[in-house]
Design a protein around this ligand. Sequence first.
Ligand code: PMH
Length: 378
Amino acid sequence: MNQESYRDTWAEVNLTAIAENIRAIKQLYQGKDVDIMAVVKANGYGHGAVPVAKQALKFGASYLAVALLDEAIILRKADIQAPILVLGRIRPQDVGVASQYNILVTVFQAEWLEEARNYLSPEDKIQVHIKFDTGMGRVGIRTKEEADSLLEFLANHSKQFSVNGVYTHFATADETDTSYVTEQHERFVRMLEWLKKWNINAPLIHSGNSAAGMRFPEKTFNLFRLGISMYGLTPSPEITEQLPVKLKQAFSLKSRLVQVKKLPKGEAISYGATYRTEKEEWIGTIPIGYADGWLRYHSTNGGEVLVNGKRAPFVGRICMDQCMILLPEQVEVGTVVTLIGEDGFDKITMDEVAQRLETINYEIPCIIGQRVPRVYMD
Ligand code: PMH
């Protein structure tokens, strides 16, 4: 995906940082029989699923996870052989496609299995991971009755469906208060007991996302679904200080000045003429806009970029493909502008950008559009 590009805006993805993050996190499990499942859904949280998956597999992950069957197929078509789990519900009629590509699917409805069975040929076999909803309230089995009907079906159709894993997902592993994590963990342990009656032995048991896997290794069973922190980002600012590893942000966003102009006092900038120069000012234009996921809110909520290591604020409304900044001094056209990342002694972190947009760091690289080429540094 290091596609050829003719534009002066790009995202830099530091694959070395990803390798180092995985290595540091893996250290927490030294000597323990716990594998890493690298979560590369949503195009690797916007970093690029294929390069990130390949790097993760090279540096210690043995499994991959995505949200959609389509995302799994993209990885297979890129020649990735590792086991891939689809975390979301695939349509029962697509189970043959999942089987053909040897994809692990998530199951939590007996009716789904009954319907999916009709779409498997007698020689097809699909490996499934059973999802328990222990308190996230999203997808998964909640009651023993639901579990029994699903497990009975699986026990009776083991030629077509083999249980490769059982898992759940935490809702609050990134919060300082750990009581709800404990509650979910205890529910999960009780639910795992339900499998015994049906003689179902899942080789893989997993619950931990980045926050849980790093903070509670004792609640992580034998597989760790590592997402956000592989990319070097904290699961939430409130637990950053508590994390046992130092993470390195992999994603930077850069552009170059396409015009630099000196304007007299009182001149308007951008749609709505909402900004007027306060004195004689150097204004720079960069070719990134809301169509790239660089939302208008960046300029209304005090956003800044780095130019030659110095802070420069956005001025006026962000347009579809371009926006303007107030330069600290005259600089040359072509100068690099850092929207996310380091320049000189200063750094604009993903957390700073997320705070500016009143959201979480996860969202920021995910919404940087496909129009912005990803450039890989290794
Ligand atoms: N497992 C599941 C089921 C997930 O949905 C996610 C992330 C992860 C693991 C990885 O979590 P981490 O990135 O915190 O390590 N899912 C989402 C989500 O649905 N919205 O934000 C993150």
